[in-house]
Design a protein around this ligand. Structure first.
Ligand code: THU
Length: 128
């Protein structure tokens, strides 16, 4: 699968963002092992803390569809912003190590990171 296809899909999701408070639309596209792409956008809430970020929305949509193996994640915003700490934790827990493409306006690739680069020394809940 072409990275540019993943980025284009993330760009389409960014257009659907609901960001009336921050005016910072974000789109995300996650590619699963089965070759499917799941999309997410940020959806803001008037009760701010209930806002959901684009990357978590995409990952959760994939999980709800029964996917659990992930190959790549593209995140797009107008300034090529980095994922927040909460999203880094979820990427670590649900996706494991994978390439994360950070994209800015005009769909140009800003940077590529691995999960462990974005979240070194992660928290893992030990099940007892
Ligand atoms: N946002 C994301 O969608 N992903 C991130 O990783 C960082 C922040 C959203 C949340 C909020 O709607 C807006 O960007 C500004 O924080």
């Amino acid at each position: 699968m072409d990275i540019s296809e993943l980025i284009e899909q993330a760009r389409q999701a960014q257009k659907r963002a609901h960001a009336p408070y921050s005016r910072y639309p974000v789109g995300a596209a996650v590619l699963t092992e089965s070759g499917k792409i799941f999309l997410g956008c940020n959806v803001e809430s008037g009760a701010f803390s209930t806002t959901i970020c684009a990357e978590r929305a995409a990952i959760f949509a994939a999980i709800a569809a029964g996917e659990s193996q992930f190959r790549a994640l593209a995140i797009i915003s107008n300034d090529g912003g980095m994922p927040c700490g909460s999203c880094r934790q979820v990427i670590h827990e649900q996706c494991g190590e994978l390439p994360i493409y950070i994209v800015g306006a005009n769909s140009q690739l800003h940077k590529e990171f691995s999960t462990s680069q974005l979240l070194p020394y992660p928290f893992d809940l030990k099940e007892s």
